[in-house]
Design a protein around this ligand. Structure first.
Ligand code: ZN
Length: 373
């Protein structure tokens, strides 16, 4: 069993005196590995409390950078971190909260190609994603790997939490077999959220995670907790396991699926063509050569811009996008690019939601240099 130093014994004293926790429980937490998918509104309080409680290894999956509009709810990140990767500010904050925690940072978007590899080896997965695509991906991967999935979701003033994929509990698909059709889901940015709500729900996720690791109490497995902040009412509804569930019942789902075009991922263009959302380097070069009237926008950081950029571009770092909104011309086509295409996809989604005609350079400047450099 993992040993605890004198400093750790002092740090966790108010927790180890709890009945049913004790030094054994604390050692169990230290030996535990928890993966947080998303370092945003839900992941922030969950990560802070799990680190503070002494969970030995915390994994974090996120690819986004801190935006000023995140700060009202994503309490892992501060004003000084705007424009920097969320994982960088998470690392600094969590190391200060508890230097005994080992952090494993996965700076990537979770996809069908990498989900199993990333989730494998953790004891519990905390789903703090804001979109259906990733939520189904996390659920299906947890079913396949036999990992508990501590679920949380929020919308405007209401939230929900549960524990899925335990040995005999239901999974997310037992409750919601398939994602809703793309057009029916308002985007996260359109829907809005009361900043403290993910604080409540993410803290409930951290609580359920600690209970699972310590083997304490009754988990939310088999129950969905509904949180209504306006009525300040908490209620639970029973969620039975569905023997016909294609994930955990019949096990028909044997490969992971990337559901595109849901909240948090690029939506189809108004003309319905998915291709209009992304331009390949060759397509962009051809449009530029032909003198197409488009505004080329670089959403990287100033130090990256200083090292080289596409001719004719202007710099608007992703973290300053909201503030720069009214500098864009709605009558012109915008093409955004970054290093690898991740940040520009984020920028393109936000510009599109603000009504601009915009596409993102697929693969970013790296692919551009690769194919045309
Ligand atoms: Zn199921």
């Amino acid at each position: 069993m993992t040993g605890l130093s004198n400093e750790e014994l002092r740090r966790y004293a108010r927790q180890t005196i709890l009945p049913n926790v004790g030094l054994d429980g604390q050692r169990r937490l230290k030996a535990a590995r928890v993966l947080l998918v998303g370092a945003g509104g839900l992941g922030s309080p969950a990560a802070l409390y799990l680190a503070a409680a002494g969970v030995g290894t915390l994994g974090l999956v996120d690819f986004d950078v801190v935006d000023a509009s995140n700060l009202h709810r994503q309490i892992l990140h501060g004003t000084a971190a705007v424009g920097t990767p969320k994982l960088d500010s998470a690392r600094a904050r969590l190391a200060d909260v508890n230097p005994h925690v080992t952090l494993e940072l996965h700076e990537t978007r979770l996809t069908s190609a990498n989900a199993l590899e990333i989730l494998r080896g953790y004891d519990v997965v905390v789903d703090g994603t804001d979109n259906f695509a990733t939520r189904y991906l996390v659920n299906d991967a947890c079913v396949m790997l036999g990992l508990p999935n501590v679920h949380g979701a929020i919308f405007q003033f209401e939230g929900q939490a549960s524990v899925f994929c335990t040995a005999d509990g239901p999974c997310y698909r037992c409750l919601f077999p398939e994602p809703p059709p793309p057009g029916l889901v308002p985007s996260c940015a359109e829907g809005g959220v009361l900043g403290v709500l993910p604080g409540l729900v993410g803290t409930i996720q951290a609580t359920e995670t600690l209970k699972l690791l310590l083997g304490l109490g009754d988990s939310l497995a088999g129950r969905l907790l509904l949180v209504d902040t306006l009525g300040m009412a908490f209620r639970t509804v029973k969620v039975p396991r569905d023997p016909a569930c294609r994930a955990c019942g019949t096990r028909e789902i044997t490969t992971l699926v990337d559901y595109d075009a849901y909240c948090g991922t690029p939506a189809p263009a108004p003309d319905g063509s998915a291709a209009a959302l992304e331009l390949t380097p060759r397509e962009l070069a051809a449009r530029l050569d032909a003198g197409a009237p488009l505004d080329l926008v670089d959403v990287r950081e100033p130090h990256e811009w200083a090292e080289g950029r596409l001719a004719g571009a202007r710099l608007v770092p992703l973290g300053t996008l909201d503030a720069a909104m009214d500098t864009f011309d709605p009558s012109r086509e915008i093409v955004v690019y970054c290093r690898s295409g991740m940040r520009s996809a984020n920028a393109a989604r936000r510009l599109r939601e603000a009504g601009f005609h915009v596409s993102s350079l697929a693969g970013g400047i790296l692919r551009w240099e690769d194919e045309l450099g």
